[in-house]
Design a binder for this molecule. Structure first.
Ligand SMILES: NC(=O)c1ccc[n+]([C@@H]2O[C@H](COP(=O)([O-])OP(=O)(O)OC[C@H]3O[C@@H](n4cnc5c(N)ncnc54)[C@H](OP(=O)(O)O)[C@@H]3O)[C@@H](O)[C@H]2O)c1
Length: 259
C-alpha cells in the first residue's frame, strides 16, 4: 500500500540512514524496527552477535534494509571503531539513536569505581562520542536527527537511582548541548523518556508480579510500557515532521511522571 503523500512527506524515512545502538534488544530493537519499516537503511550496534543477526534477519524478512555491527561501547576505542564500522555499512548516518544502556543498580553507598565508570561509559560517553563523530557531518549536510533514550531517573530518584540516574540526567543535558550546537544547521537532538518497560534490562522486576502491577497502577494508562510504544515517537523524532522540536525530553511513559 502506498502511504498517503502528506504522511510520506512528514514521516517517511526513505533514503535516510540510521544507526541504532542497543538495537538488538528491547526499546532499541523496537525503534530500529520502526525506523527501518519507515524506510531508513538501519544499522544496529550491540555486543551479542546472535541477537544482532536475529534482529537483522527479522528486518530483512519484512523487506527492510538492515545491517549490524558487533561492538563494545564501554570503551572509547570500542565506540570509535563501532562508529567507523557502522558508517561503512550504508554510509554516514542521518539518524543516530542511542539506546544502548546498562543499569547496575547498587545503592549509592556501594557504588565503586568500576560501576561508576561502566555506567558513565555506556550510558553517557558513548552517546557523546558518537555525537562528536556524526553530528558535524549531519550539520554539514543540513539534516540530522540525534535521539537519546533517557529515563525517569534523569528527573527523580527512586529504586536506587545511583550512578544510572546521574548518567541519564547528564544524557538529557547532552541532548541540549548538541541541540544548541547543531540545530541551526538542521540537526535536532532530543531524548525520549520511558517509564517502566518490561525488557531484559528489568528481568528481576518482571519476576515480581506484585511490583509489576504496582508500577502499572502508577501510570495513567494503567499498564507498563511495551518496547513497541516507542515506535511512533521515534519515527516522529527521526523524520522531517519534528524539524522544529529540539533539545527536548519527550516522555513516553503512560503518564507515570505526571500521576
Ligand atoms: N526498560 C526500561 O524500563 C527502561 C526505562 C528507562 C530507560 N530505559 C533505557 O532504554 C534503553 C534501552 O533499554 P532496554 O530496556 O531496551 O534494555 P535491553 O533490552 O537490556 O537492551 C540494551 C541494549 O544495549 C546493548 N548494550 C548494553 N551494553 C552494551 C555495550 N557495552 N556495548 C554495546 N551495546 C551494549 C545490549 O546488547 P548487548 O548486551 O548484546 O551488548 C542491548 O542491545 C537503555 O538506555 C535504558 O537505560 C529503559
Amino acid at each position: 500500500m502506498t502511504p498517503h503523500p502528506f504522511l510520506a512527506e512528514l514521516f517517511s524515512l526513505e533514503g535516510r540512514t540510521a544507526v541504532v545502538t542497543g538495537g538488538s534488544s528491547g526499546i532499541g530493537r523496537a525503534i530500529a524496527t520502526a525506523l527501518a519499516r519507515a524506510g531508513a537503511s538501519t544499522v544496529v550496534v550491540a555486543r551479542t552477535e546472535a541477537a544482532l543477526a536475529d534482529t537483522v534477519d527479522a528486518l530483512a524478512a519484512q523487506g527492510c534494509r538492515a545491517g549490524w555491527v558487533s561492538a563494545d561501547l564501554s570503551t572509547r576505542d570500542g565506540v570509535r571503531a563501532a562508529a567507523e564500522e557502522a558508517a561503512a555499512v550504508f554510509g554516514e548516518p542521518d539518524i543516530l539513536v542511542n539506546a544502548a544502556g546498562i543499569n547496575l543498580r547498587p545503592p549509592m553507598g556501594e557504588i565503586d569505581d568500576a560501576v561508576w565508570d561502566a555506567t558513565m561509559a555506556v550510558n553517557l560517553e558513548a552517546p557523546y562520542l558518537l555525537g562528536q563523530r556524526f553530528g558535524p557531518g549531519m550539520a554539514a549536510r543540513g539534516f540530522g536527527r540525534i535521539i537519546h533514550i533517557s529515563s525517569q531517573q534523569a528527573h527523580r530518584a527512586f529504586v536506587q537511582s545511583g550512578a544510572y540516574g546521574v548518567s541519564k540526567g547528564a544524557l538529557e543535558s547532552l541532548a541540549r548541548s548538541q541541540a544548541e550546537a547543531w540545530s541551526p544547521r538542521g540537526v535536532t537532538c532530543n531524548a525520549l523518556v520511558p517509564g517502566i518497560v518490561l525488557t531484559p534490562l528489568n528481568e528481576r522486576l518482571a519476576a515480581d508480579p506484585e511490583k509489576v502491577a504496582a508500577l502499572a497502577a502508577r501510570t495513567m494508562i494503567g499498564r507498563n510500557g511495551l518496547a513497541e510504544d516507542f515506535a511512533g515517537a521515534a519515527v516522529f523524532l527521526a523524520s522531517r515532521a519534528s524539524g522544529y522540536v529540539t533539545g527536548q525530553a519527550i516522555f513516553v511513559d503512560g503518564g507515570l511522571s505526571v500521576h
